[in-house]
Design a protein around this ligand. Structure first.
Ligand code: SF4
Length: 478
């Protein structure tokens, strides 16, 4: 396993979506700020589409929100409504085409932003191609856009209601036509989507932190299987698919969502702190200082420190400006490894028995380097405490978790992982502990990356079919 800085050493491939109908506001600017708040969900491309006078205008490009848009481009996106998207994407020539929002005008013109992954994408793509539908990108998001754009129903709401039962997998989606912004969420509710009010108007976003930044009030989450249409006549909702098993992604609580967002009646920061408290109860250790792996380990470390009475300090300083940028470090710089991202504080760690708290471990490269770095800085003992169970299975619902073989917990016991990472002890939070922290149960969540129990029928079979085709048809996830 590589010991080099690996930009993919963590779960990837999230996306963030936003939509607003507010003719009296600068909608493109609202979308811009909302995407800014959702930047943590995707840093490789960003896009906004708006509608003015019946015309859909789209601007999207590779880069951060602040790199893709400037004052001039936002002014060009005036209109009555707008949708936006941030994403991680595959690299290579198809990366730009796969940036969103997707724009299509078959029978009806629309723009679409999607967060999730369809597990029956290949099947749907094949049927559409057989029907003569052409594609510009290889994203499953364009499949949804094509199904809706070619649909004969008069109203897009009816088209969505007809198409939703045919889509399998995760889809928190926002579609914009000339008349309305329509949000809809898969029947399991795998990825988040919430509804907000902005004065007399409405908006939708992946997370509530995007509502806060534009001064909108969080009303509620879009229900799994629900369609919410916002337009000149206000709001119209429809429960298209009812009674499906709910399966909200537990990893949103553990890692993806921003700490200041609210999900399922929990403030993320508070539940993550609770995870740290429970972790102390489950896996105490004698130590001198608790240090977080910033920033994702901060609330867990605060909880561990509070529950144990062991003081917390900043033993690792993070350079907040290291992102997946276009300039990758060369070989020489790579040898300096993680110091580009984290630097230890010898004054805090030297001679100390450390508890190091992080949210999760996927491949383990980062953790291994952190442990070594802390030892080099003089730490007497390094005890890793992780606020999630071991990740042993891939995600088929929109998150790139690396392959099973690349996961450090694959085929290893906790003791073996500790040896692999070079720490004195290692403990993971139990799944029960995670659910206690979010005050909920397994019955309404997906935790397949920990347990291998996929909540949607035949996930592995369908998804494997998809991977088998990826060579000739490189579908990418949103
Ligand atoms: S497999 Fe893991 S990351 Fe994927 S949806 Fe389920 S809980 Fe979330």
């Amino acid at each position: 396993m590589s010991h080099q800085l690996d930009p993919r050493d963590g779960p990837r491939d999230e996306c963030g979506v936003f939509g607003v109908y507010a003719p009296e506001n600068d909608v493109a600017r609202l979308a811009y700020f909302a995407l800014y708040a959702l930047q943590h969900r995707g840093q490789e491309s960003a896009g906004i589409a708006s509608v003015q006078g019946g015309h859909v205008m789209t601007q999207r490009d590779l880069g951060l929100v602040s790199q893709v848009f400037n004052e001039q481009s936002l002014r060009a996106l005036q209109g009555e409504m707008a949708i936006g998207h941030v994403r991680y994407s595959t690299t290579g020539s198809s990366a730009w085409e796969n940036a969103q929002p997707v724009h299509r005008s078959d029978r009806r013109e629309l723009a679409l932003a999607h967060n999730g992954n369809l597990i029956n994408a290949v099947e749907l793509h094949g049927r559409l191609r057989d029907a003569g539908v052409a594609f510009r990108s290889t994203s499953d998001s364009e499949i949804i856009a094509a199904l809706l754009s070619t649909h004969p129903a008069g109203r897009v709401e009816d088209a969505i209601a007809d198409v939703m039962p045919r889509l399998q997998g995760a889809y928190s989606t926002v579609v914009m036509t000339r008349d309305a912004v329509v949000a809809f969420r898969d029947p399991a509710g795998l990825r988040p989507l919430c509804l907000g009010r902005l004065g007399e108007r409405y908006c939708v976003a992946s997370e509530s932190c995007a509502l806060d930044i534009i001064g909108a009030e969080l009303l509620r989450e879009v229900e799994p299987g629900e369609l919410v249409s916002i337009g000149e006549r206000g709001i119209e909702t429809r429960q298209v698919v009812a009674g499906a098993r709910r399966a909200f992604c537990i990893f949103e609580h553990i890692y993806f969502a921003r700490p200041d967002s609210r999900l399922e009646d929990n403030r993320i920061h508070v539940s993550r702190r609770k995870m740290g408290e429970i972790l102390w109860r489950e896996a105490p250790v004698e130590a001198d200082v608790v240090i977080p792996v910033p920033d994702s380990g901060n609330p867990g470390a605060a909880g561990y420190s509070k529950a144990s009475g062991i003081p917390q300090d900043d033993g690792l300083i993070k350079n907040r400006y290291v992102a997946r940028t276009f300039i990758q470090p060369g070989q020489e710089l790579r040898r300096h490894g993680l110091r580009m991202k984290f630097n230890p504080m010898p004054e805090v760690v030297a001679g100390k028995r450390l508890v190091v708290v992080d949210d999760s471990i996927v491949r383990g490269n980062t953790t291994r380097q952190i442990v070594q770095m802390l030892r080099d800085a003089g730490a007497a003992e390094v005890h890793m405490r992780i606020c999630a169970p071991p990740i042993r299975h891939p995600c088929h619902y929109g998150i790139d978790m690396s392959t099973r073989e690349e996961m450090v917990a694959h085929g290893r016991s906790v003791e073996e992982i500790a040896a692999e990472l070079g720490c004195d002890s290692l403990a993971y939070l139990s799944l029960k502990g995670v659910y206690e922290a979010i005050r909920s149960t397994r019955e309404t969540h997906c935790d397949a990356c920990f347990t291998g129990e996929y909540p949607l029928e035949d996930t592995a079979g369908k998804a494997n079919g998809k991977y088998a085709l990826e060579g000739e048809l490189p579908l990418v996830r949103a």
